[in-house]
Design a protein around this ligand. Structure first.
Ligand code: PHE
Length: 356
């Protein structure tokens, strides 16, 4: 019996899997197993023989069952250990980088959103208009009659009509000001809008591209004044540049505003770089003024009841100033190295509470 026990204990210890262990169990203590068969033989024994063989067989069976259970538990533990080792995960590792596959937001788009966030906070809504305009919206309605020198100064792109069609040509809008007229016609007064958008002029050098961006502002109410204009713009520049920025209002002339002012912001040109909000230099960034009565009338607004201000600012210009971009033309070259360098994370949406 000792031999039988040794044999099975050895087999149990050697079983490397649960199914191998099950085979050993069947061979030893299964219904037709060696130990079970031996127990059946107890019936044929004499009472004396049975008295010693019985307990010994029982002890043998217990020993084998115990060893089986222990081995089974050990195999289950080992399987769990192996699984834990295989599925081990370091949650402290940095995430997999998308690297260069992640695009960037163009500085113009970024500044467009920043400007919108600041004016939205001051109660402005965003208006839009077509980039291909009639000359009435682009000029006449804005108090720029035919043969007015301003038409020539704007380097307008004309879209010529077919031969024999005598109607005046459409133009690529030379400024966002036609949206003033469209907004007044749509909404009447009072009104408080900005209109960011593309504009076109036939001009190309380091500071001019044939397509560029402006943001128009228009506020019409019963007693809106030049003082309100000044406050809104100063508030805007401080929020946009993240520091207090001195402004300078210079008397100027636009056909669609009276009085008119061009606005400069304070900056230094020291060391070959432009720094806004310091030094004693000035940079022109926008045109503005009180909306001319003729313009109010073009928009269907009664100048005896309503008055207000308008301004037009170069988005590209203020983007260059804020982010230290030296050449305007690079904005539209689609050079990936430039875009990756000056672009913004798509996850960093400009907000006032986050700081534009
Ligand atoms: N439309 C003018 C320009 O493009 C800017 C401007 C807008 C001036 C509104 C006054 C009022 O230069």
């Amino acid at each position: 019996m000792d031999d039988v026990k040794e044999k099975y204990l050895a087999q149990i210890a050697a079983a490397g899997t649960e199914s191998a262990l099950e085979e050993v169990r069947l061979a030893a203590v299964g219904k037709k197993g060696e130990v079970s068969l031996k127990m059946r033989e107890l019936g044929k024994m004499s009472p004396e023989e049975r008295q010693t063989a019985g307990p010994a067989l029982n002890a043998l069976k217990d020993a084998i069952n115990e060893a089986l259970a222990a081995r089974k538990a050990a195999l289950a533990d080992a399987a769990l250990e192996a699984r834990l080792a295989g599925e081990w995960l370091d949650v402290t590792l940095p995430g997999r980088s998308r690297g260069a596959a992640l695009g960037t937001i163009h500085p113009i788009s970024q500044v467009w959103e920043e400007v919108t966030a600041i004016f939205a906070d001051m109660g402005f809504t965003v208006a839009e208009g077509p980039q291909i305009e009639t000359d009435w919206y682009n000029f006449d309605a804005l108090n720029i009659p035919d043969h007015h020198p301003a038409r020539g100064e704007m380097d307008t792109f004309y879209m010529h009509r077919a031969e024999g069609d005598d109607r005046p040509p459409h133009v690529l809008r030379t400024h966002t000001s036609p949206v003033q007229i469209r907004s007044m016609q749509d909404k009447g007064a009072p009104i408080r809008i900005i209109c960011p958008g593309r504009v076109y002029r036939a001009d190309y050098d380091q500071t001019h591209t044939p397509m560029f961006h402006q943001v128009e502002g228009l506020v019409i109410d019963r007693d809106t004044s030049m003082a309100n204009l000044k406050w809104v713009l100063e508030e805007f520049f401080s929020a946009f540049f993240g520091r207090s920025v001195k402004t300078r209002f210079r008397a100027s002339h636009f056909p669609f505003t009276e009085p008119s002012a061009e606005v400069d912001i304070q900056c230094s040109f020291e060391g070959g770089t432009v720094k806004v909000g310091e030094g004693d230099g000035w940079l022109e960034v926008l045109g503005s003024g009180m909306v001319h009565p003729h313009v109010l009338r073009s928009g269907g607004v009664d100048p005896d009841e309503w008055q207000g201000f308008a301004f037009g600012m170069g988005i590209d210009r203020i983007a260059m100033l804020k982010y230290g971009i030296p050449d305007l033309r690079a904005f539209f070259d689609s050079d990936l190295r430039w875009l990756r360098h000056y672009g913004f994370s798509p996850l960093q949406v400009p907000t006032l509470y986050g700081g534009v």
